[in-house]
Design a protein around this ligand. Structure first.
Ligand code: NDP
Length: 394
């Protein structure tokens, strides 16, 4: 028996995580229905999803896309409400009609709706790691006060969540070990990274993901953001969160206990496992992911991350140690740098250079309110924009 239908608000429905979520949802019509879907501006893709999943509400964050959304829904003859703008994202995230919110918007653009879902006490499937990096303390506070259940669906954090003590405590935990694939440029020295292209950076060996997180994986900033995310979600200091490169991406992360036991979660590299876990928790449901074939895999490899070739991981630890709003500066500088790289305006090696220059120039400051953090985010973006003209070009 599946219990009462859960109504899902999927923010970032047109993205990679959005597609994986809907794949799992579609396998279980007895358990899930879609309450809301959102996109930024890709209306055609959003309409295609609306036709299939018939949500109560569809949201475009980019208000200029609203007329096309209204016309498209009318042409499909759907009763779906058409909403637009950032406030509409917050509205559907907090809507009492939706009990589960999947936070799958990319970047800091997802922070307000993620916080809104936490405040409203939702089951919150958290993919949008940038919102934790930017406003982790506020998010956890909002979840505590609102009675939300945060279920991490970033695969590493989902693995750790599954391997931590079932009572939610940290008794006996020595270290968290986050695994990293190493990305498409694993094994290259810094000099060999000069001139790599966006398409090369986005060609991840194991995972199929959106372009921003693919570049983050190639620079190892993705792992840096995940260290900060783990610090907030699991409450251990940075000194007890380590990264190990595991090129097969089958061990999704590990928890090391003081008695010498190391618990790991394994699975094929497919986000549907973590999403199915979050959607059905505490039950388990079919995700469509193939069973793991260990004999076919034959071996697991591990190595230390190369911080000289991939300085972004070290920069993330630096921002975490600095505390306050320093992670917000790191995140904003990274978003600007990755966007410039994808547009051919900044070389690959310019990404860490730009982030380091921003951390050197901006003190971060306090992180007591969302307004403060968004102000820091905006300042860091302006600073990064000013610096970028002087940085290494492709
Ligand atoms: P995609 O780029 O594939 O999708 C991003 C989604 O966010 C799209 O629906 C997009 O809409 C929407 N969006 C983009 N900009 C805005 C904005 N300004 N306001 C509102 N919505 C916006 O990203 P991914 O699915 O790869 O990643 C989503 C999040 O999940 C990221 O935080 C990422 O780090 C995290 N994550 C992703 C994993 C993966 O396997 N992909 C794994 C673990 C975490 P539109 O289509 O209209 O542009």
């Amino acid at each position: 028996m599946a219990g009462p239908l859960k109504t899902i608000a999927l923010l970032g429905a047109t993205g990679s995580i959005g597609g994986s979520t809907l794949d799992v949802v579609a396998r279980h019509p007895d358990r899930f229905r879609v309450g809301a879907l959102s996109a930024n501006g890709r209306v055609d893709e959003l309409l295609r999803l609306c036709a299939r999943f018939r949500p109560d509400a569809a949201v475009v964050a980019d208000e200029s896309a609203w007329p096309a959304l209204c016309d498209g829904l009318a042409a499909l003859g759907l009763p779906t409400r058409a909403l637009a703008g950032a406030a509409a994202l917050d509205e559907v995230a907090a809507d009492p009609a939706n009990d589960t919110v999947v936070a799958a918007i990319v970047g800091a653009a997802g922070v307000a709706s993620t916080l809104a879902a936490a405040r409203a006490g939702k089951r919150l499937l958290l993919a949008n790691k940038e919102s934790v990096v930017l406003a982790g303390d506020l998010l956890l506070q909002a979840a505590r006060e609102g009675g939300a259940t945060i279920l991490p669906v970033d695969s590493e954090h989902n693995a750790i969540y599954q391997c931590l003590p079932a009572d939610g405590g940290r008794q006996g935990v020595r270290r968290l070990l986050l695994t990293a694939s190493g990305g498409p440029f694993r094994g290259r020295r810094r000099a060999e990274l000069e001139g790599v292209t966006p398409d090369q950076a986005c060609a991840h060996p194991n995972w199929s993901m959106g372009r921003k997180i693919s570049v983050d994986s190639a620079t190892l900033m993705n792992k840096g953001l995940e260290v900060i995310e783990a610090r907030h979600l699991f409450g251990l200091p940075a000194s007890r969160i380590e990264v190990v490169v595991h090129p097969q991406s089958v061990i999704h992360s590990l928890v090391d206990y003081v008695d010498g036991s190391v618990l790991a979660q394994l699975g094929n590299p497919d986000m549907r496992t973590a999403l199915a876990y979050g959607l059905a928790w505490p039950e388990r449901i079919d995700s469509g992911v193939a069973p793991l074939d260990l004999a076919a895999l034959a071996r697991f490899d591990f190595e230390k991350p190369d911080l000289a070739a991939f300085p972004c991981l070290g920069l993330a630890y630096r921002a975490l140690e600095a505390g306050g709003a320093a992670p917000a500066v790191l995140n904003a500088a990274n978003e600007v740098a990755v966007s410039a790289f994808l547009q051919g305006k900044l070389g690959f090696l310019g990404i860490p250079d730009l982030i380091q220059a921003c951390l050197d120039a901006h003190p971060g400051g306090p992180a007591d309110s969302l307004e403060q953090l968004l102000e820091t985010d905006a300042e860091a973006r302006r600073l990064a924009g000013d610096l970028i003209a002087r940085m290494r070009r492709p």
